[in-house]
Ligand binder design. Sequence first.
Ligand code: HEM
Length: 474
Amino acid sequence: MTERLSPKRSIPPWPKPLPYTSNILRRLARGWKSWFGLLNEWDFRIPLGELNLLGLPVFLVNSPPLIRKVLVEEVDQFPKHPYTLWILEPLIGRAIFSVNGEEWQWQRRLIDQAFQVAELKRVFPAMSDATKALLDRLELQKDNPYIDIDKEMTLVTADVIMRTILSRPLGGGEAIKIFEAFARYQRRAGRALVLRFLRLPKTWVQKSLQKDANIIREWILKAIEDRLEQHSRNPPSHLNPVDLLDCLITSQDQQTHRSFSKEELVDQICFLFLAGHETSASSLGMASWLLAFSPKDQQRVREEVKEISKDRQPNEMLRADDLRHLKYCVAVFNETLRLYPPVGFFIRERSQSETTLSVPNGEKRRCPLGALLTLSPWVIQRHENHWPDPQAFRPDRFLEDKERTWMRDAFLPFGLGPRKCPGAAFAQQEAILVLAELVRRYNLSLISGHTPELMSRLTLRSVNGINLLLQKAD
Ligand code: HEM
């Protein structure tokens, strides 16, 4: 049974912030299940929040000039907070995401190099094959009363990352077990952060994460060893790598002449698997749900896709060049990333010296050395000072020459500055292809009585799936 939608429903449901409480332990208890519980309703109205968390000064940075100071202008003095490393270290060691300074710089140069070689056109066939496999799976389920689109998006993004990193499709049981271990790790890591705030020892916190991390790391180590063994018989060409793993093995840093060691490759690949599929699955699940929520936007995307594919065979997949014509589909994806950013929170630490945090209304706060700063796309992108009608789903606001009325630096689903996500273009290409192919073939509708229950941990996910009715489009 599908729901009828009235115009009042342009505001899609979201976990509303809870009333203010000055009781820090109560807030931490609220944050145990989902980091959203750490927030209060007024956090969505103020430019800068401050609290003392059991002796640790904590700031919530919402004002765009301050966001720029932290992420761009004084990025070296606001490195990633050590808590990021603590909750991810069992899985990704000292890979790019959580380290700072020179240790981060040379890794970033190598990752950028690898992404340049594995350019978008080269990875497109792998994305297209994984999308075709998704469509085949959906066809097999055509008599089901509903589809858990979140599960399907998790599978297709895991398949894309398998094909682009390791050149093999997501095969049956083994790979699925690995992605389930990723999901469990993410759940436990969310809780580990709250335990860390309560000052539980690092080793104790990390121990709870080690089991799932080991399952994943051993599997990735084996894949890397197999590849290195192949290379010893048949050396790879730097100019013609077969996949991202080849790119990472053959890249060398121009400045330090360093390449990744075997252990470092395991760290980086573990992180790329995590970063590359969890975030994309989250955004694709929510984008599908929003299209079902707003049938007129869904129809507009469908017409756009039909226009570019009108002279093609029905089974012919879209081509890489088609995607740049899908402007409304891109706007829908951006509006999804605004309302439901997959990475809801970044944490940084003030280092080197204390500083002052000033906001445009003249307010000033002392930010001591060692303070923890939270920048939350979830809050900033729904903040009433930065966005007109912030809770409404209105993809039009992202169309050129129309409504560019939001504050600069208030849209940061991929971060900002030197630490900005290097996979943003990859993620966008993948998302537009999957959404366009889905909507081209199916009408998506809501299921009465089902609303995704969203939780924020390392990424934003729905704990009860995202159930939709899929019917063949004409
Ligand atoms: C919708 C999908 C994605 C979103 C929303 C996303 C978002 C982010 C965010 C917010 C950061 C950190 C910014 C910060 O802390 O300042 C990040 C970092 C990163 N992401 Fe993504 N990401 C996505 C997809 C991908 C994909 C597909 C890949 C690779 C295949 C990737 C690779 C990375 C890497 C390597 C970093 C670390 C960069 C650094 O620390 O220098 N991401 N991403």
